[in-house]
Design a protein around this ligand. Structure first.
Ligand code: ARG
Ligand code: ZN
Length: 876
């Protein structure tokens, strides 16, 4: 059943207070709820039926104002409990019985290992009790948890702990009270045998906050980084947004079985353990950064999401786009802002652009959905963050802050829309953002075609912009958007020239933001003494596909001289894309692959530039991913792309061998491990170079790689060596390293996830057979989402050449896993569909094979709404 944004109406009833009591047992749980319900006066005086959401619940008892209801006075179906109130204000008492131990969907109340935990966003609360499970119904919650004291000494819920005590038969109880009204999706409960890491934070107004991270005992030593990240996030949100924490206690709990990264439940964030635990011995630098950003993201939700929440789920990007923007700003401030931006843009272009070009394309604010869980997408999160970023650019940092201050002040305690957010920015800045708002409603990646014309006599440079947007499912006509274009003009020395527009009086300095608002628009720069080379879309100031008729020599110039670090990377990246696209055409024609020496030239100059941040060097010499090349292709020839990329890597490694070796040796001097940004940058470049150097297949390098594997004093270096070995032809060293790694880390699930994914993602021949063998490994478990992602996900998303093998066996394998998971965990099953949704990108033979698997999934009995939505839209 499809739900539409245009059908939104306020609820008929509100729930002022929610009192919950959970009795937890090994084979079931009883949930007693008492709800203070009121007629929503804005919807009139008549008393319509009260329709509560509820799924997979056993109703034990139901009373209205303490009178037990007879079975003929209410109606039950698979999704609802309907009753007929006799007054505008009443109390409902409901008891339901559920079986958390059998909940493999990991939505609602479930068991992960030995603990009870919850995931309610978006619509999981209805699997706990009958309720108005929608974000505009905000209620004050009081929660009591009762469980066996021995097995579940720790009992947690939202808000502040107010009372606890002994119960009968070795059981105990605890009561939590959350003073802030919240929608049910922010409810959380945890019961388990957990240890606690504790710290404190003094807020800007001088309040002391008790900070706690709860984990299973064996993970006690791995929480320091998350705690430090939390304190930095709290300080940063005060300084940059003026936002202070509001409860006396803030808790994070790590669980092993979790569908997503983490969840911002009020005062009790629940995390996938992969986004909390980090220790140099077990986690890579990348994992450290992920912990920092996810801890920040969930913490920031306390304001952008919890204090001000979403009116309905179509507004999801209101909290997610904004919060992703906030966490990226934070990560940029904590580390290198340019490198963070490069990482984000790389990710967006390879993944969100592909979503925008496929059958699941939707606007940042979708118009309709079948299953909301399918809309926790790259478009809502990442493109949503880009949209907020453009607003930040258009308002300026100070104007943006004024706007967010107004937004928080105006809407504190409310459930609002993306329009309300933009309105606050408009009102605070005296801006009209009407046309800009098309970014929220229009799907697809806009094209921005730029052209330049130099008039030497007039000293004028004319910049012509033409924008368009390809059609997406259900949206054929596209309107022009407001596109902020950050740019500069460079002289022949690479210096920025002063910018004077023909129709303006003052100069714009040497860098400016042009607001492109029309389908076609001309900007004329005057007073120029020589022909400029434009540096366009700096910092990727809008999520568009921009073209400009640069020559390869222009790109080389920009890669070496653009004063803007991001665009230096962009120029090298675009050069590599162009070279690779040319090589793909050569490969398809059966011609020998000729390397453009200009790439060697750029890479050499970058490698030998002592001024450059090593992390930047690593980013610049990393070739565009296969996934990005697929996205850019009209019809992707994955075999040619793979071959070209591997050949190009080998050629670069050969041509630059001496330069790479020298830098690598300089960076490989053993050093005590430190986690600071400079050390992370050095490791990043060192290990990128190791990957290249291993392609020379020299005995010495292989020996050095094995040595790095054995002697590394941190997981970043150890894992990089393992990756290099696994992707090399040195069978003996590879098998030895894999065996040693598994022996050493078999009891660390998160480290074993790395062991799995390194192998599943390896483009070496026989990938499918390898993955099938990995699924037989004792550490593999289809019920654990992290394991599914590490093996099945890594294979289908990162190992394109093996996944797309010509006989279609990769597709059949993925479909098998999706069909199995459809009944175990629909959300995870639906997410695994992504590679199959891209079938139109491939050749007719592969298209047919992929469609065949989509048909097979479509014909499966008891298809979940999650999988049904993706498969039916893919075949439409
Ligand atoms: N709000 C969470 C976050 O972004 C994500 C929870 C999504 N859960 C889900 N079942 N789709 O931080
Ligand atoms: Zn979020």
């Amino acid at each position: 059943k499809t739900i539409y944004l245009k059908d939104y109406r306020q609820p008929d009833y509100w729930i002022a207070e929610t009192h919950l009591t959970f009795e937890l047992f090994e084979d079931h749980a009883l949930v007693h709820s008492r709800l203070a319900v009121q007629r929503n006066a804005e919807q009139g005086k008549k008393l319509p039926p009260l329709v509560l959401d509820g799924q997979q619940l056993q109703l034990i008892s139901l009373a209205l104002d303490d009178v037990e209801l007879s079975e003929d006075s209410y109606q039950l179906d698979a999704d609802h409990l309907t009753l007929h109130p006799g007054s505008a204000e009443f109390e409902l008492a409901i008891t339901t019985r559920i079986e958390p131990q059998n909940n493999t969907a990991l939505e609602g109340l479930y068991k992960s290992g030995g603990m009870f935990c919850t995931q309610c966003e978006a619509e999981g609360f209805r699997k706990i009790t009958y309720y108005l499970d929608r974000p505009d119904v905000m209620s004050r919650f009081t929660t009591t948890v009762i469980a066996d004291r021995g097995d579940y000494p720790v009992l947690l819920s939202n808000g502040n702990p107010v009372a606890s005590g002994e119960h009968e038969a070795g059981r105990h109880w605890a009561t939590w009270e959350d003073p802030f009204p919240k929608p049910a999706y922010l409810f959380a409960l945890v019961a388990g045998d957990l240890v606690l890491i504790q710290d404190s934070f003094t807020t800007m107004s001088g309040r002391d906050i008790d900070l706690r991270i709860y984990v299973e005992p064996e993970n006690r030593e791995q929480c320091g980084h998350a705690m430090d990240s939390l304190k930095r996030s709290m300080r940063w949100d005060e300084e940059v947004y003026g936002r202070e924490y509001d409860l006396d206690i803030f808790m994070i709990v790590a669980v092993n079985d979790f569908n997503m990264g983490a969840m911002e439940n009020k005062g009790l964030n629940i995390f996938n353990s992969s986004c909390v635990l980090a220790h140099p011995d077990t986690a890579t630098d990348l994992a450290f950064q992920r912990v920092e950003s996810v801890v920040a993201h969930e913490y920031f939700h306390n304001w952008s999401g919890n204090r001000v929440t979403c009116r309905d789920w179509f507004q999801l990007s209101l909290k997610e786009g904004f919060t992703v923007f906030r966490d990226s700003q934070f990560s940029g401030d904590m580390n290198s802002a340019t490198v963070k931006r490069i990482e984000d843009v790389t990710f967006l272009r390879a993944n969100q652009f592909a979503e925008d070009a496929g059958p699941m394309a939707h606007p940042v604010r979708p118009d309709s959905f079948i299953e909301i869980a399918n809309f926790y997408t790259l478009t809502v999160y990442e493109k949503g963050s880009e949209v907020v970023g453009m607003l930040h650019t258009l308002c300026g940092a100070d104007g943006f802050r004024k706007g967010t201050d107004l937004y928080f002040e105006r809407h504190d305690g409310q459930a609002v829309t993306c329009d309300d957010f933009v309105k606050a920015l408009e009102d605070a800045n005296g801006l009209d953002l009407t046309r800009f708002k098309r970014w929220y409603s229009q799907a697809g990646t806009p094209r921005l075609e730029m052209n330049g014309h130099w008039d030497a006599n007039a000293g004028e440079f004319r910049l012509l912009c033409r924008q368009s947007c390809p059609p997406t499912p259900g949206q054929t006509d596209k309107q022009p958007l407001v596109i902020p274009l950050r740019m500069a003009l460079l002289d022949s020395q690479g210096a920025e020239m002063s910018l004077q527009l023909a129709d303006e009086t003052g100069s714009r300095g040497t860098e400016t933001v042009l607001a492109i608002t029309e389908a076609e628009q001309l900007f004329v720069f005057t007073g120029l003494r020589e022909e400029p080379l434009p540096s366009l879309l700096r910092g990727f100031s809008a999520p568009v596909k921009m073209t400009y008729p640069y020559s390869r020599d222009d790109r080389v110039f920009l890669a070496k001289h653009d004063p803007d670090g991001f665009n230096r990377w962009e120029a090298a990246q675009a050069l590599a894309v162009e070279v690779m696209q040319g090589l793909v055409t050569m490969a398809q024609a059966g011609r020998p692959l000729m390397l453009d020496q200009r790439m060697v030239d750029v890479y050499r100059s970058v490698l030998n530039n002592p001024e450059l941040d090593p992390a930047m060097v690593a980013e610049i010499i990393r070739l565009p991913s296969e996934a990005y090349m697929v996205e850019l292709a009209e019809q992707a020839d994955i075999d040619a792309i793979h071959k070209v990329r591997e050949t190009l890597r080998a050629e670069l490694a050969q041509a630059l061998h001496d330069d790479m070796l020298a830098v690598w040796q300089r960076l490989s001097v053993p050093q005590p491990y430190t986690p600071d940004a400079a050390s992370v940058a050095r490791r990043s470049l060192k290990n990128t170079l190791l990957g290249y150097l291993m392609l020379s297949e020299s005995e010495e390098i292989v020996a050095a790689c094995v040595r790095q594997f054995i002697e590394a004093n941190n997981m970043t270096d150890r894992q990089a060596a393992l990756v290099a070995l696994v992707n090399s032809p040195f069978e003996e060293q590879k098998q030895a390293a894999l065996a040693e790694f598994a022996r050493q880390w078999q009891d660390y699930p998160l480290v074993m996830d790395q062991w799995f994914s390194v192998q599943a993602a390896s483009g070496q021949p026989g990938g499918l057979e390898r993955v099938q063998a990995l699924m037989q490994h004792p550490a593999f478990n289809l019920r654990n989402p992290n394991k599914v992602r590490a093996v099945v996900g890594a294979f289908a998303n990162q190992n394109l050449v093996n996944f797309h093998r010509l006989d279609g066996a990769g597709y059949g394998f993925l479909a098998d896993q999706i069909i199995t998971l459809n009944s175990l965990n629909p959300q995870i099953a639906a997410r695994l569909m992504t590679p199959l949704t891209r079938w139109r990108k491939y050749d007719p033979a592969r298209q047919a094979l992929m469609q065949e698997q989509l048909q097979r999934i479509m014909a499966t009995d008891d298809l979940s709404a999650d999988v049904y939505e993706v498969v039916s839209k893919s075949l439409a």
